[in-house]
Design a binder for this molecule. Structure first.
Ligand code: HEC
Length: 153
């Protein structure tokens, strides 16, 4: 298995283009699939999308270390993945949302990895574009383009 850090760095490098695939306006509608368990609440406590508390607040999730919303009781596998360097970006979020448990198995290298998110959604691109609108830490266009030309893909 590739080290988590090197694959994360590569994915971050590619995320500039990946966001362009999704439609944030459609993603806002699609977020209804997630709201039974997830809300979007900004740092000032302003509710952007009303939702449940079974899952963590997804405000600013793009660019955030996995498993780090304060006060939320995550499962061990996602916390381990975050501690090992997993930072959410368009690419790894898509893989995660399509199959959270499978993603955590792959990322942690632990065939017994578990996810507390029991939901899977096969077309997450628009939702990710929507979630990215609440993230300050998107790579600047120039940086993304530079990093891309440096990778062989
Ligand atoms: C049935 C409840 C449920 C639904 C529906 C659900 N989730 Fe989750 N989600 C969770 C739980 C619980 C976790 C915490 C996972 C863990 O601890 O292993 C989570 C974690 C996440 C994380 C990781 C967040 C972090 O802080 O690291 C993301 C991203 C996420 N969900 C996105 C989504 C999206 C997008 C949707 C809609 C397509 C969705 N979820 C639908 C319950 C849900």
């Amino acid at each position: 298995m590739k080290t988590i850090l090197s694959s994360a760095a590569m994915i971050i490098a590619l995320s500039g283009t990946a966001f362009a695939e999704g439609d944030a306006t459609k993603g806002e509608k699609d977020f209804k699939k997630c709201k039974s368990c997830h809300a979007i609440v900004d740092d000032a406590g302003e509710v952007i999308f009303k939702g449940g508390k079974t899952g963590p607040n997804l405000y600013g999730v793009v660019g955030r270390q996995a498993g780090t919303v304060e006060g939320f009781k995550y499962g061990n596998s996602i916390v381990d993945a975050g501690a090992a360097g997993l930072v959410w970006d368009a690419d790894n979020l898509a893989t995660y949302i399509k199959d959270p448990k499978g993603f955590l198995k792959e990322t942690t290298g632990d065939s017994k990895a578990k996810s507390k998110m029991t939901f899977k959604w096969g077309k997450p691109e628009n939702i990710i574009a929507y979630l990215a609108t609440f993230s300050a830490e998107m790579p600047a266009e120039g940086e993304a383009a530079e990093a891309e030309s440096a990778t062989t893909n």
